[in-house]
Design a protein around this ligand. Structure first.
Ligand SMILES: [Zn+2]
Length: 240
């Protein structure tokens, strides 16, 4: 996967649907750099670091994740950066640290609905040896929002209501007019289809419209302009 420069300070590596690897992002400031989402494994995280090195970019000083779902958080343990997550995300990760990855445990989580069959399928593809899975919480947690000052550029980490999960955080980089969404714009899998909650989707659209940005980096799709993503989400809402 290639690393693309989106704006003056911001880069991203595109998502890979094969093992459900999400988009990873990077903000380069004069006082250090910030990585957005950790990847679905140490292999995914390290692939991103290799891309940074190829492009003569420093390894991240800070790393934060958009939510606890495995594909965004299971690379956390592999980094030396200071790690940050929303308080709700860290609570989810604490629960997931207790999970075991043998067949009976995985089957049971599917039965109880703790895990979706979509994730189960892709975890098996990303991890031929499931003993390689390590779940870790972030070192620093926040509620509401926090700001990272990288000198010439700042990153605002902010909780947001989302139709995808209860622990969504977005990253806003005002100087570049960019928002990193993770999966906050996504619906949730229900059997073989993906379903939006109508009320949560409208609340999300409302919040997004009030945030000033030019480009949105999406977790599992190419980036879009503000008009494009708002238009797309409103079209989804009208279908409900
Ligand atoms: Zn997710």
């Amino acid at each position: 996967m290639k690393l693309t420069k989106l704006t003056e300070h911001i880069y991203y590596m595109e998502h890979d649907p094969e093992t459900d690897r999400p988009t990873l992002g990077y903000v380069k400031g004069e006082k250090g750099s910030f990585m957005m989402d950790a990847g679905n494994s140490a292999a995914h995280y390290n692939h991103f670091i290799e891309k940074l090195q190829e492009n003569h970019l420093p390894t991240p000083r800070y790393l934060s994740i958009t939510h606890a779902h495995w594909d965004h958080s299971f690379g956390l343990w592999a980094t030396d950066a200071a790690t940050i997550a929303g308080g709700k995300t860290n609570k989810e990760l604490e629960k997931m640290m207790q999970w075991t990855w043998d067949e009976p445990s995985m089957t049971k989580r599917l039965e109880t609905g703790e895990e979706t069959s979509f994730s189960d399928t892709h975890i098996r593809k990303e991890y031929p040896h499931r003993s390689d899975i390590k779940v870790k919480t972030a070192q620093i947690s926040f509620n509401g929002s926090m700001t990272i000052d990288l000198g010439d550029v700042t990153c605002i980490l902010r909780e947001i209501v989302s139709p995808h999960c209860r622990d969504s955080v977005v990253f806003i980089i005002p100087q570049d007019g960019v928002i990193f969404l993770g999966d906050s714009y996504c619906s949730v899998p229900q059997g073989d289809t993906w379903v939006y909650d109508k009320v949560l989707l409208m609340a999300y659209i409302d919040e997004l419209e009030r945030i000033d940005f030019r480009f949105a980096i999406k977790g599992h799709h190419p980036p879009q302009t503000k008009d494009e993503i708002i238009g797309e989400l409103k079209a989804e809402w009208r279908k409900l």
